[in-house]
Design a protein around this ligand. Sequence first.
Ligand code: ASP
Ligand code: MG
Length: 452
Amino acid sequence: MQVWKFGGTSVGKPERMHSIRNLITTTDTRKIVVLSALSGTTNALIAIGEAAKANNDAEAARQTDDLKTHYDLFLKELYQTEAGLAQGQQIVEKEFSFLRSLVGIKPFTIKQEKELVAQGELLSTEMFAAYLQEQGENAVLLPALEFMQIDADGEPELAVIEEKIATILGQHTDKQLIITQGFICRNPRGEVDNLKRGGSDYTASLIGGAIRAEEIQIWTDIDGMHNNDPRIVKRTFPIRELTFEEAAELAYFGAKILHPSTITPAKMQNVPVRLKNTMQPDAPGTLIANQSTQRDIKAIAAKDNITAIYIHSTRMLNAYGFLRRVFEIFEKYKTPVDMITTSEVSVSVTIDNSEHLAAITAELREFADLEEHDLDQTIVCVVGNFSADKEGIALKVLEAMKDIPIRMISYGASEHNLSLLIHSKHKADALNALNERLFFYEQEASEVPSAH
Ligand code: ASP
Ligand code: MG
Protein backbone atom coordinates (compact mmCIF):
# COMPACT_ATOMS: atom_id res chain seq x y z
CA MET A 1 0.00 0.00 0.00
CA GLN A 2 1.17 3.54 -0.69
CA VAL A 3 0.32 6.89 0.83
CA TRP A 4 -0.07 9.80 -1.59
CA LYS A 5 -0.44 13.34 -0.34
CA PHE A 6 -1.62 16.29 -2.43
CA GLY A 7 -1.04 19.86 -1.25
CA GLY A 8 -3.25 22.93 -1.51
CA THR A 9 -2.27 23.97 -5.05
CA SER A 10 -2.68 20.38 -6.27
CA VAL A 11 -6.34 20.42 -5.19
CA GLY A 12 -6.88 24.18 -5.60
CA LYS A 13 -8.78 24.08 -8.91
CA PRO A 14 -11.52 21.73 -10.13
CA GLU A 15 -9.39 20.61 -13.09
CA ARG A 16 -6.55 19.81 -10.68
CA MET A 17 -8.87 17.52 -8.76
CA HIS A 18 -9.72 15.85 -12.08
CA SER A 19 -6.04 15.23 -12.77
CA ILE A 20 -5.54 13.85 -9.28
CA ARG A 21 -8.27 11.34 -9.96
CA ASN A 22 -6.39 10.29 -13.11
CA LEU A 23 -3.10 10.07 -11.24
CA ILE A 24 -4.37 7.93 -8.40
CA THR A 25 -6.25 5.55 -10.68
CA THR A 26 -3.47 4.95 -13.23
CA THR A 27 -1.77 2.24 -11.20
CA ASP A 28 -3.38 -0.65 -9.37
CA THR A 29 -1.58 -0.05 -6.07
CA ARG A 30 -3.99 0.52 -3.17
CA LYS A 31 -3.55 4.01 -1.86
CA ILE A 32 -4.34 6.18 1.10
CA VAL A 33 -4.78 9.66 -0.36
CA VAL A 34 -4.16 12.55 2.03
CA LEU A 35 -5.43 15.98 0.97
CA SER A 36 -4.71 19.51 2.17
CA ALA A 37 -7.33 22.24 2.06
CA LEU A 38 -7.80 24.06 -1.27
CA SER A 39 -5.04 26.66 -1.64
CA GLY A 40 -5.91 29.87 0.19
CA THR A 41 -8.57 28.27 2.37
CA THR A 42 -6.54 27.79 5.56
CA ASN A 43 -5.38 31.42 5.40
CA ALA A 44 -8.97 32.56 4.79
CA LEU A 45 -10.21 30.52 7.77
CA ILE A 46 -7.51 31.96 10.00
CA ALA A 47 -8.55 35.47 8.94
CA ILE A 48 -12.20 34.68 9.69
CA GLY A 49 -11.11 33.43 13.11
CA GLU A 50 -9.18 36.66 13.74
CA ALA A 51 -12.27 38.71 12.93
CA ALA A 52 -14.41 36.52 15.20
CA LYS A 53 -11.90 36.85 18.03
CA ALA A 54 -11.98 40.62 17.67
CA ASN A 55 -15.81 40.48 17.87
CA ASN A 56 -15.95 41.89 14.38
CA ASP A 57 -18.95 39.82 13.38
CA ALA A 58 -19.76 41.73 10.20
CA GLU A 59 -16.23 41.24 8.90
CA ALA A 60 -16.26 37.53 9.81
CA ALA A 61 -19.59 37.12 8.00
CA ARG A 62 -18.37 39.00 4.93
CA GLN A 63 -15.23 36.88 4.64
CA THR A 64 -17.24 33.70 5.17
CA ASP A 65 -19.58 34.70 2.31
CA ASP A 66 -16.61 35.33 0.02
CA LEU A 67 -15.15 31.94 0.80
CA LYS A 68 -18.50 30.26 0.26
CA THR A 69 -18.82 31.88 -3.18
CA HIS A 70 -15.45 30.42 -4.10
CA TYR A 71 -16.66 26.94 -3.17
CA ASP A 72 -20.01 27.34 -4.98
CA LEU A 73 -18.16 28.11 -8.21
CA PHE A 74 -15.65 25.33 -7.65
CA LEU A 75 -18.42 22.73 -7.32
CA LYS A 76 -19.96 23.66 -10.67
CA GLU A 77 -16.80 22.66 -12.49
CA LEU A 78 -15.82 19.76 -10.27
CA TYR A 79 -18.85 17.54 -10.78
CA GLN A 80 -19.97 16.18 -14.11
CA THR A 81 -23.53 15.12 -13.24
CA GLU A 82 -26.58 16.76 -11.63
CA ALA A 83 -26.54 14.17 -8.86
CA GLY A 84 -22.84 14.78 -8.21
CA LEU A 85 -23.35 18.53 -8.04
CA ALA A 86 -26.29 18.13 -5.66
CA GLN A 87 -24.11 15.96 -3.43
CA GLY A 88 -21.29 18.54 -3.51
CA GLN A 89 -23.69 21.37 -2.71
CA GLN A 90 -25.01 19.46 0.25
CA ILE A 91 -21.47 19.05 1.60
CA VAL A 92 -20.62 22.73 1.19
CA GLU A 93 -23.93 23.90 2.71
CA LYS A 94 -23.42 21.62 5.72
CA GLU A 95 -19.80 22.67 6.36
CA PHE A 96 -20.54 26.38 5.94
CA SER A 97 -23.54 26.32 8.23
CA PHE A 98 -21.32 24.64 10.85
CA LEU A 99 -18.64 27.25 10.18
CA ARG A 100 -21.12 30.09 10.67
CA SER A 101 -22.34 28.61 13.93
CA LEU A 102 -18.73 28.35 15.14
CA VAL A 103 -17.96 31.96 14.33
CA GLY A 104 -21.01 33.03 16.35
CA ILE A 105 -19.75 31.43 19.58
CA LYS A 106 -18.74 33.92 22.29
CA PRO A 107 -16.13 34.07 23.57
CA PHE A 108 -14.37 32.76 20.50
CA THR A 109 -11.53 30.72 21.98
CA ILE A 110 -8.60 28.66 20.71
CA LYS A 111 -10.90 25.63 20.70
CA GLN A 112 -13.26 27.25 18.18
CA GLU A 113 -10.31 28.56 16.22
CA LYS A 114 -8.95 25.05 15.75
CA GLU A 115 -12.32 23.68 14.71
CA LEU A 116 -12.58 26.52 12.25
CA VAL A 117 -9.24 25.89 10.52
CA ALA A 118 -10.06 22.17 10.33
CA GLN A 119 -12.95 22.95 7.98
CA GLY A 120 -10.53 23.40 5.08
CA GLU A 121 -9.38 19.80 5.00
CA LEU A 122 -12.88 18.51 5.81
CA LEU A 123 -14.28 20.39 2.80
CA SER A 124 -11.59 19.34 0.30
CA THR A 125 -11.73 15.65 1.21
CA GLU A 126 -15.51 15.39 1.34
CA MET A 127 -15.83 17.14 -2.00
CA PHE A 128 -13.15 14.97 -3.57
CA ALA A 129 -14.55 11.73 -2.17
CA ALA A 130 -17.99 12.65 -3.53
CA TYR A 131 -16.40 13.33 -6.92
CA LEU A 132 -14.71 9.92 -6.94
CA GLN A 133 -18.01 8.35 -6.03
CA GLU A 134 -19.74 10.21 -8.84
CA GLN A 135 -17.12 8.82 -11.22
CA GLY A 136 -17.71 5.29 -9.98
CA GLU A 137 -14.32 4.82 -8.30
CA ASN A 138 -13.92 2.27 -5.51
CA ALA A 139 -13.12 4.84 -2.82
CA VAL A 140 -14.01 5.61 0.79
CA LEU A 141 -13.45 8.64 3.03
CA LEU A 142 -11.85 7.94 6.43
CA PRO A 143 -12.07 10.78 8.94
CA ALA A 144 -8.58 11.61 10.25
CA LEU A 145 -10.21 12.74 13.50
CA GLU A 146 -10.90 9.07 14.22
CA PHE A 147 -7.25 8.02 14.23
CA MET A 148 -4.85 11.00 14.21
CA GLN A 149 -3.98 11.80 17.80
CA ILE A 150 -1.48 14.11 19.52
CA ASP A 151 -0.35 14.26 23.15
CA ALA A 152 -0.26 17.24 25.50
CA ASP A 153 3.01 18.47 23.93
CA GLY A 154 1.51 18.34 20.44
CA GLU A 155 3.52 15.23 19.55
CA PRO A 156 1.82 12.42 17.63
CA GLU A 157 0.79 9.36 19.64
CA LEU A 158 2.41 6.83 17.33
CA ALA A 159 1.13 3.67 19.03
CA VAL A 160 -2.44 4.95 19.21
CA ILE A 161 -2.41 6.07 15.58
CA GLU A 162 -1.05 2.73 14.45
CA GLU A 163 -3.65 0.73 16.34
CA LYS A 164 -6.59 2.88 15.30
CA ILE A 165 -5.60 2.95 11.64
CA ALA A 166 -5.17 -0.82 11.55
CA THR A 167 -8.67 -1.32 12.95
CA ILE A 168 -10.27 1.16 10.58
CA LEU A 169 -8.44 -0.17 7.52
CA GLY A 170 -9.55 -3.66 8.50
CA GLN A 171 -13.13 -2.52 7.89
CA HIS A 172 -12.36 -1.40 4.33
CA THR A 173 -10.26 -4.14 2.80
CA ASP A 174 -12.40 -4.04 -0.34
CA LYS A 175 -11.59 -0.39 -1.05
CA GLN A 176 -8.93 0.58 -3.56
CA LEU A 177 -8.67 4.26 -2.63
CA ILE A 178 -8.88 5.59 0.90
CA ILE A 179 -9.22 9.34 1.21
CA THR A 180 -8.39 11.24 4.40
CA GLN A 181 -7.58 14.71 5.72
CA GLY A 182 -4.08 16.00 6.24
CA PHE A 183 -3.22 18.44 9.06
CA ILE A 184 -6.12 17.76 11.46
CA CYS A 185 -6.09 15.58 14.56
CA ARG A 186 -7.42 15.30 18.09
CA ASN A 187 -5.65 16.40 21.27
CA PRO A 188 -5.77 14.58 24.64
CA ARG A 189 -8.94 16.47 25.56
CA GLY A 190 -10.63 14.96 22.52
CA GLU A 191 -10.86 18.36 20.86
CA VAL A 192 -10.10 19.08 17.24
CA ASP A 193 -6.48 20.18 16.84
CA ASN A 194 -3.84 20.26 14.12
CA LEU A 195 -0.23 19.42 13.27
CA LYS A 196 0.69 23.09 12.61
CA ARG A 197 0.88 24.92 9.29
CA GLY A 198 1.92 22.69 6.42
CA GLY A 199 1.12 19.66 8.57
CA SER A 200 -0.49 17.56 5.83
CA ASP A 201 2.95 16.26 4.83
CA TYR A 202 3.40 15.13 8.40
CA THR A 203 0.02 13.35 8.34
CA ALA A 204 1.10 11.44 5.22
CA SER A 205 4.33 10.37 6.83
CA LEU A 206 2.65 9.38 10.11
CA ILE A 207 0.18 7.21 8.20
CA GLY A 208 2.94 5.79 6.00
CA GLY A 209 4.98 4.82 9.06
CA ALA A 210 1.96 3.43 10.91
CA ILE A 211 0.91 1.11 8.09
CA ARG A 212 4.52 0.37 6.99
CA ALA A 213 3.63 1.67 3.54
CA GLU A 214 5.65 0.63 0.56
CA GLU A 215 6.20 4.31 -0.24
CA ILE A 216 4.99 7.78 0.71
CA GLN A 217 4.54 10.21 -2.17
CA ILE A 218 4.24 13.94 -1.53
CA TRP A 219 2.77 15.66 -4.59
CA THR A 220 3.34 19.40 -4.92
CA ASP A 221 3.68 21.84 -7.79
CA ILE A 222 7.48 21.78 -8.08
CA ASP A 223 9.72 19.04 -9.40
CA GLY A 224 11.19 17.84 -6.11
CA MET A 225 13.59 19.28 -3.58
CA HIS A 226 16.02 21.69 -5.18
CA ASN A 227 19.72 22.04 -4.45
CA ASN A 228 19.19 25.67 -3.40
CA ASP A 229 16.37 28.19 -2.96
CA PRO A 230 14.92 28.78 -6.47
CA ARG A 231 13.40 32.09 -5.35
CA ILE A 232 16.85 33.53 -4.69
CA VAL A 233 19.24 31.53 -6.84
CA LYS A 234 18.90 31.18 -10.61
CA ARG A 235 20.68 27.98 -11.46
CA THR A 236 19.03 25.44 -9.19
CA PHE A 237 18.08 21.88 -10.07
CA PRO A 238 16.04 19.10 -8.47
CA ILE A 239 18.00 16.62 -6.39
CA ARG A 240 17.25 13.06 -7.48
CA GLU A 241 18.19 11.27 -4.27
CA LEU A 242 18.64 12.22 -0.63
CA THR A 243 19.06 10.27 2.56
CA PHE A 244 16.51 10.70 5.34
CA GLU A 245 19.09 12.64 7.35
CA GLU A 246 19.91 15.02 4.51
CA ALA A 247 16.26 15.65 3.74
CA ALA A 248 15.46 16.24 7.42
CA GLU A 249 18.28 18.82 7.69
CA LEU A 250 17.10 20.59 4.55
CA ALA A 251 13.47 20.67 5.67
CA TYR A 252 14.47 21.94 9.10
CA PHE A 253 16.88 24.54 7.74
CA GLY A 254 14.47 26.13 5.35
CA ALA A 255 13.54 24.04 2.30
CA LYS A 256 9.89 25.03 2.06
CA ILE A 257 8.76 21.95 0.17
CA LEU A 258 8.40 19.73 3.26
CA HIS A 259 7.04 20.21 6.77
CA PRO A 260 10.17 19.79 8.95
CA SER A 261 8.83 16.83 10.95
CA THR A 262 7.83 14.83 7.89
CA ILE A 263 10.95 12.71 7.65
CA THR A 264 10.94 11.29 11.19
CA PRO A 265 8.06 8.79 11.03
CA ALA A 266 9.10 7.60 7.56
CA LYS A 267 12.68 7.15 8.67
CA MET A 268 11.67 5.23 11.80
CA GLN A 269 9.97 2.58 9.67
CA ASN A 270 12.33 2.93 6.71
CA VAL A 271 9.54 3.94 4.32
CA PRO A 272 10.90 5.83 1.27
CA VAL A 273 9.45 9.28 0.61
CA ARG A 274 9.14 10.46 -2.97
CA LEU A 275 8.50 14.10 -3.83
CA LYS A 276 6.54 14.41 -7.07
CA ASN A 277 5.16 17.19 -9.24
CA THR A 278 1.46 17.13 -10.17
CA MET A 279 2.20 19.33 -13.19
CA GLN A 280 4.86 16.91 -14.49
CA PRO A 281 3.85 13.53 -13.16
CA ASP A 282 6.41 11.65 -15.25
CA ALA A 283 9.38 13.60 -13.91
CA PRO A 284 11.35 11.52 -11.39
CA GLY A 285 11.17 14.04 -8.54
CA THR A 286 13.23 13.41 -5.41
CA LEU A 287 13.57 10.07 -3.67
CA ILE A 288 14.34 10.20 0.06
CA ALA A 289 15.49 6.89 1.49
CA ASN A 290 18.04 5.15 3.67
CA GLN A 291 20.79 5.51 1.11
CA SER A 292 21.46 7.87 -1.72
CA THR A 293 24.04 8.69 -4.36
CA GLN A 294 27.55 9.31 -3.17
CA ARG A 295 27.71 12.89 -4.39
CA ASP A 296 29.44 14.86 -1.59
CA ILE A 297 27.55 18.12 -1.52
CA LYS A 298 23.83 17.80 -2.14
CA ALA A 299 22.10 21.03 -1.31
CA ILE A 300 22.02 24.37 0.46
CA ALA A 301 19.21 25.72 2.62
CA ALA A 302 18.80 28.86 4.69
CA LYS A 303 16.80 29.69 7.77
CA ASP A 304 16.02 33.33 8.61
CA ASN A 305 14.97 35.24 11.72
CA ILE A 306 17.75 33.75 13.79
CA THR A 307 19.06 35.40 16.95
CA ALA A 308 22.63 34.75 18.08
CA ILE A 309 23.51 34.93 21.77
CA TYR A 310 27.17 35.21 22.84
CA ILE A 311 27.84 33.95 26.36
CA HIS A 312 31.11 34.17 28.33
CA SER A 313 31.72 32.41 31.60
CA THR A 314 32.53 34.85 34.40
CA ARG A 315 34.67 32.19 36.08
CA MET A 316 37.81 31.73 34.07
CA LEU A 317 39.27 28.40 32.94
CA ASN A 318 37.97 24.91 33.75
CA ALA A 319 34.44 26.05 34.37
CA TYR A 320 32.83 22.66 34.15
CA GLY A 321 29.10 22.73 34.66
CA PHE A 322 28.95 25.97 32.71
CA LEU A 323 27.39 24.47 29.58
CA ARG A 324 24.87 22.54 31.64
CA ARG A 325 23.71 25.72 33.35
CA VAL A 326 23.45 27.50 30.02
CA PHE A 327 21.36 24.78 28.42
CA GLU A 328 19.11 24.34 31.43
CA ILE A 329 17.88 27.86 30.82
CA PHE A 330 16.99 27.16 27.20
CA GLU A 331 15.26 24.00 28.34
CA LYS A 332 13.29 25.86 30.97
CA TYR A 333 11.93 28.21 28.32
CA LYS A 334 11.33 25.38 25.81
CA THR A 335 13.52 27.20 23.33
CA PRO A 336 15.44 24.96 20.92
CA VAL A 337 19.04 25.87 20.16
CA ASP A 338 19.99 25.46 16.49
CA MET A 339 23.70 26.19 16.28
CA ILE A 340 26.40 26.13 18.95
CA THR A 341 30.08 27.02 18.91
CA THR A 342 32.31 26.88 21.95
CA SER A 343 35.75 27.88 23.12
CA GLU A 344 37.36 27.44 26.52
CA VAL A 345 35.28 30.06 28.30
CA SER A 346 32.67 31.12 25.80
CA VAL A 347 29.73 29.64 24.03
CA SER A 348 27.66 31.12 21.23
CA VAL A 349 24.23 29.75 20.40
CA THR A 350 21.45 30.59 17.99
CA ILE A 351 17.71 30.35 18.47
CA ASP A 352 14.88 30.91 16.02
CA ASN A 353 12.16 31.40 18.58
CA SER A 354 12.97 34.62 20.41
CA GLU A 355 9.70 34.76 22.35
CA HIS A 356 11.56 34.28 25.66
CA LEU A 357 14.77 36.09 24.69
CA ALA A 358 14.53 38.70 27.46
CA ALA A 359 13.91 36.14 30.19
CA ILE A 360 16.63 33.84 28.88
CA THR A 361 19.27 36.56 28.73
CA ALA A 362 18.31 37.84 32.18
CA GLU A 363 18.87 34.40 33.68
CA LEU A 364 22.11 33.86 31.77
CA ARG A 365 23.43 37.15 33.16
CA GLU A 366 23.22 35.68 36.68
CA PHE A 367 26.39 33.68 35.98
CA ALA A 368 27.74 34.84 32.61
CA ASP A 369 28.70 37.94 30.66
CA LEU A 370 26.68 38.46 27.55
CA GLU A 371 27.69 40.37 24.48
CA GLU A 372 24.94 42.29 22.74
CA HIS A 373 23.00 39.62 20.84
CA ASP A 374 22.66 39.76 17.05
CA LEU A 375 19.20 39.84 15.50
CA ASP A 376 18.40 39.33 11.80
CA GLN A 377 20.79 36.47 11.36
CA THR A 378 20.52 33.63 8.83
CA ILE A 379 21.80 30.10 9.12
CA VAL A 380 23.10 28.84 5.82
CA CYS A 381 23.27 25.10 5.88
CA VAL A 382 25.26 23.04 3.38
CA VAL A 383 24.02 19.46 3.35
CA GLY A 384 25.57 16.33 1.94
CA ASN A 385 27.61 13.25 2.61
CA PHE A 386 30.56 14.54 4.60
CA SER A 387 32.01 11.44 6.22
CA ALA A 388 34.97 12.03 8.49
CA ASP A 389 37.56 11.07 5.89
CA LYS A 390 36.34 13.54 3.25
CA GLU A 391 38.76 16.35 2.60
CA GLY A 392 38.18 19.74 1.05
CA ILE A 393 34.51 20.30 1.87
CA ALA A 394 35.08 23.16 4.29
CA LEU A 395 37.67 24.67 1.96
CA LYS A 396 35.20 24.90 -0.92
CA VAL A 397 32.51 26.37 1.30
CA LEU A 398 34.81 28.97 2.81
CA GLU A 399 36.28 29.83 -0.55
CA ALA A 400 32.80 30.64 -1.81
CA MET A 401 32.22 32.80 1.27
CA LYS A 402 35.47 34.75 0.94
CA ASP A 403 33.74 38.15 0.62
CA ILE A 404 30.98 37.53 3.14
CA PRO A 405 31.43 38.06 6.90
CA ILE A 406 30.79 34.86 8.84
CA ARG A 407 29.67 35.05 12.47
CA MET A 408 29.69 31.34 13.38
CA ILE A 409 30.68 28.04 11.75
CA SER A 410 29.56 24.58 12.78
CA TYR A 411 30.97 21.44 11.17
CA GLY A 412 31.31 17.88 12.38
CA ALA A 413 28.22 17.56 14.56
CA SER A 414 26.77 15.18 12.01
CA GLU A 415 28.24 13.79 8.82
CA HIS A 416 25.88 15.72 6.64
CA ASN A 417 25.79 19.34 7.69
CA LEU A 418 28.05 22.37 7.62
CA SER A 419 26.31 25.47 8.95
CA LEU A 420 27.32 29.10 8.76
CA LEU A 421 25.76 32.03 10.55
CA ILE A 422 25.66 35.30 8.61
CA HIS A 423 23.72 38.53 8.73
CA SER A 424 20.51 38.16 6.72
CA LYS A 425 21.49 41.06 4.45
CA HIS A 426 24.21 38.79 2.98
CA LYS A 427 21.93 35.81 2.41
CA ALA A 428 21.31 36.21 -1.33
CA ASP A 429 25.02 36.76 -2.02
CA ALA A 430 25.97 33.77 0.11
CA LEU A 431 23.47 31.40 -1.51
CA ASN A 432 24.51 32.46 -5.00
CA ALA A 433 28.23 32.28 -4.31
CA LEU A 434 27.90 28.85 -2.72
CA ASN A 435 25.73 27.63 -5.58
CA GLU A 436 28.30 28.59 -8.18
CA ARG A 437 31.28 27.24 -6.25
CA LEU A 438 29.75 24.00 -5.00
CA PHE A 439 27.65 22.91 -7.97
CA PHE A 440 29.06 24.48 -11.12
CA TYR A 441 32.71 25.45 -10.65
CA GLU A 442 34.32 22.06 -11.17
CA GLN A 443 31.89 20.97 -13.86
CA GLU A 444 32.44 24.10 -15.86
CA ALA A 445 36.17 23.90 -15.42
CA SER A 446 36.09 20.42 -16.97
CA GLU A 447 33.07 21.07 -19.25
CA VAL A 448 31.09 18.22 -17.73
CA PRO A 449 27.33 18.84 -17.74
CA SER A 450 25.76 19.41 -14.35
CA ALA A 451 25.56 16.19 -12.35
CA HIS A 452 22.00 15.74 -11.21
N1 ASP B 1 -3.97 23.39 5.12
C1 ASP B 1 -2.90 23.43 6.08
C2 ASP B 1 -2.05 24.66 5.84
O1 ASP B 1 -2.32 25.43 4.94
C3 ASP B 1 -2.08 22.20 6.08
C4 ASP B 1 -1.32 21.91 4.81
O2 ASP B 1 -1.65 22.45 3.76
O3 ASP B 1 -0.38 21.12 4.85
O4 ASP B 1 -1.14 24.90 6.58
MG1 MG C 1 2.94 22.14 2.23
